[in-house]
Design a binder for this molecule. Sequence first.
Ligand code: ATP
Ligand code: MG
Ligand code: MG
Length: 388
Amino acid sequence: MDKKTIGILGGGQLGRMVVEAANRLNINTVILDAPNSPAKQINAVSDHVDGSFTHYESIVKLAEKSDVLTIEIEHIDVDALKRVQQKFPHVSIYPLPETIKLIQDKYLQKEHLISHEVAVTESLPVLENTEEALLKIGEAFDYPFMLKSRTLAYDGRGNFVVKSAEYIKDALEFLKDRPLYAEKWCPFVKELAVMVVRSLEGEVFAYPTVETVHQDNICHLVYAPARIPDTLAKKASILANNAVKSFPGCGIFGVEMFLLPNNELLINEIAPRPHNSGHYTIDACVTSQFEAHVRAVAGLPMPKGFTEFSTTSTNAIMLNVLGDKEVANKELEICRRALEIPHGTVYLYGKATRPDRKMGHINIVSSSMEDCENRLSYILGESTEIPA
Ligand code: ATP
Ligand code: MG
Ligand code: MG
């Protein structure tokens, strides 16, 4: 399809699913990550790079084998990537290093979005990690407020809910010497997400607006479409498109947002890569988020409607499969039950099990959300009758 080789910084499950999409199009991929990482396991024909995506020399080795570089994780060394860009001017890098730099610092990301008139949760920088500084934030925001690490956050591991002034000590202890900022508490009624893919020409295509349900800060379920009125879903889609339009370059972006009781929408954060809230697209949409990303960075066609649901009656639920908290590999029982239901598809990532680790996901697709919910109940062991 395309002679370009795509080099991917990071070989986790997102990279693995990008490789799958690229394979179908005969597009070669090379991965930079630890040996036998999930993405390398399913692409044995390529000469991958063993090393770290935060290491300049390793990125150089990847660039030597690539026409395009992309990422599956934003926590990379942008300065190293910029040096690589200067050394290999013929290699395109998408998303742009400047975009990754802006997004990987959640506070800078917010300032950028505000400067483009995109609605975000209200935030304040924490200039010093001291009790006095946080007490001042408590006065400005009231309690609870959310204290967040500006960088290297995932699955809520850089967040601390400051419920009252008494929690400030614990918050500082938990987040130690990390660079911090604070967010006003968002009393959301739902969390929504929209995947948006941007072409090199700057055209944006939004996937359907979905609803995400988190448990212990980790994405648990995704309902596609979101169970909200169409007008609100459209509003979310416009907000996500506007946000992604503010980042030059191309590729897929995951936009997380909060729906407030007064129907206001605020962006929580943006990921410059495929996103957990978009896994449902593999089975529910015309083109998966992973293929959309490959098409964007490889400069392949992106026709109108290619991000839509496959049919006008498509409904889907995505369930994340996390490592069982107590018994190693017990999560596979959920996967086995998913294989028993109609239109259930299981994806396992080839990772060693650990409590709460993202081990895989299950997509359930049907013409009604009620069907999807019945099938989910069976998978979760809440009902014993296999749904039709
Ligand atoms: P990931 O990158 O895995 O999505 P993260 O570590 O970057 O997660 P956030 O997305 O900032 O973390 O927050 C995780 C969850 O915490 C959110 O999905 C939401 O449920 C809750 N949360 C975050 N910010 C706020 C806020 N300001 N008010 C209320 N809840 C919040
Ligand atoms: Mg995040
Ligand atoms: Mg998040």
